[in-house]
Design a protein around this ligand. Structure first.
Ligand code: 4AD
Ligand code: MG
Length: 461
């Protein structure tokens, strides 16, 4: 492995010759000395490099290096007299690898707005914020796998192309190889027998239904992959392509489901505090003040449990003017979710037993005939971060629910057979991975926690 700046900054072995590769962040040039800050993305802190221009005859190389340029610099690592770093490099030779014209390079030393940086998503990982988000995202994905693997969940790869609408919400991106300019028709309808799969197909909105197949064989499984929703919602919490983690547990009721979800969330939060200290301190100081203490508070307090109906009562009595009215039977808006988590409970809340009319067909019905065994986990600053439920394990009830939602039971024949052959109570949930990254970093907009956001009207890069 090459020298990474993260390790060099921690080193105590001084006075040794090393070569460091990276990109110039800043340059300060004077008559005799030149100072560079070099970054290789391994840490927030850069390596300071000082070059005695006359002594090493490096004026020509230095002139070619400006912010954004890449270089390999060799020199002696020494203790730094400066108070911002413990070591610095006394550069003795420079290999200029790629120049970056200072006239056109878009990333200047000043702070750029996140909106502007979205337009240059190919360069934004070179900024402190996006490099930190990217590293935290990577740490969090590792923590997700670590939690499930340590708890004997089997990682199942569910398909990205699917013929069924897992959520029944009709927000799917259709995929086809039929020629758009000359679609084959039969009896006035599109002839899908000529399409690639011989029938309509879509990008998946969730791996849950396929996950249930494997849970009813392997007991505890999880998926972690991209999902796609053609939701026309231009909010700071919605993407058209997002990553979701979906565990599914057999022989598990809603209570067990909630227990695992809470344990899981707390585990990944603790993991990121322990393993991304430098980046978390950055978010704590520059993005969302006090976020580390907030997260610690969440880790040590039990989540509040409340039914949807109880929540609606609280909201109806609330002494605030909501933009959207609260009414039993309607979905809660993010403002309502935030009121509950921020104003009433100051922490995560698990809402259960939602009206069946606003939830997916697969959720287990309660005896009241009105509500289903759903659970959403809401967190301050964001609202819904997890959505899950106990699944309907009764074949007949499930068939009825499909018909009530105008879904054709024929399309779900294999899903129904799971209830026909050895049905068991089973449950699961979905965690929106970008919402988790938002929650952990304090980043306001979901477009800034995924490398290449896809939203309505935007699929650049
Ligand atoms: O609540 P949702 O729709 O639940 C499901 O998809 C179930 N199949 C999960 C399950 O039980 N296995 O989505 C789950 C989570 C939400 O709580 C939210 O965090 C995230 O996925 N999510 C989105 N994240 C970003 N952009 C979107 N458009 C999202 N839609 C849902
Ligand atoms: Mg949901």
């Amino acid at each position: 492995m090459k020298n990474r700046i993260k390790d060099i900054l921690k080193t105590t072995a001084k006075e040794q010759e090393i070569t460091v590769e990276g990109w110039i962040r800043t340059k300060r040039d004077s008559k005799n000395l030149c100072f560079f800050e070099l970054s290789d993305g391994s840490s927030l802190k850069n390596l300071q490099i000082i070059i005695d221009k006359e002594k090493y005859n490096l004026t020509a190389e230095i002139d070619r290096l400006s912010t954004g340029a890449s270089a390999a610099i060799t020199g002696i690592l020494v203790e730094s007299p400066g108070k911002n770093q413990s070591v610095e490099l006394q550069g003795q030779s420079i290999e200029v690898i790629g120049e970056a014209s200072p006239e056109t390079y878009p990333l200047q030393k000043k702070r750029h707005s996140f909106e502007f940086l979205r337009e240059i998503a190919h360069l934004r990982p070179r900024t402190n914020t996006f490099a930190a988000v990217t590293r935290v995202r990577s740490t969090l994905s590792f923590a997700v796998h670590k939690f499930f693997q340590e708890n004997d969940f089997v990682y199942v790869h569910t398909p990205i192309i699917s013929a069924s609408d897992a959520e029944g919400a009709g927000e799917m991106f259709q995929i086809t190889t039929l020629p758009m300019e000359n679609v084959p028709m039969v009896d006035g309808e599109v002839d899908y027998s000529k399409d690639f799969f011989g029938k309509p197909a879509n990008l998946t909105v969730s791996g849950q239904l396929e996950g249930e197949i494997y849970a009813t064989a392997l007991k505890d499984i999880y998926t972690f992959g991209p999902t796609f929703r053609a939701e026309n919602s231009n909010t700071s919490r919605h993407l058209a392509e997002f990553w979701m983690i979906e565990p599914e547990m057999a022989f598990c009721t809603l209570e067990g489901n909630m227990e695992i979800a809470e344990k899981f969330l707390k585990y990944v939060l603790q993991y990121v505090l322990d393993n991304s200290k430098e980046d978390m301190n950055f978010f704590n100081s520059f993005v969302q003040k006090g976020i580390i203490d907030d997260i610690k508070h969440v880790i040590k307090s039990p989540f509040t449990h409340l039914t949807y109906t109880e929540a609606v009562d609280i909201l109806l009595k609330a002494d605030v003017k909501f933009e959207f009215p609260v009414e039993w039977g309607h979905d809660l808006q993010s403002e309502h979710e935030r009121y509950l988590t921020e104003k009433v409970y100051n922490g995560p809340v698990i809402l259960t037993d939602y009206p069946q009319g606003i939830k997916a067909f697969y959720m287990k019905q309660n005896d009241d005939g009105k509500t289903v065994r759903a659970m959403d986990i809401l967190v301050p600053r964001l609202g819904e971060i997890i959505g899950g439920s106990e699944r309907e394990s009764d074949l007949e009830k499930l068939k009825t629910r499909l018909s009530e939602q105008d879904l054709d039971p024929k399309d779900y024949w294999w899903y129904l057979e799971l209830r026909q052959y050895g049905t068991v109570p089973h449950s699961g949930f979905g965690l929106g991975f970008e919402r988790l990254v938002q929650y952990v970093t304090g980043m306001q907009n979901i477009r800034d926690v995924i490398p290449f956001p896809r939203t309505v009207g935007s699929a650049e890069f």
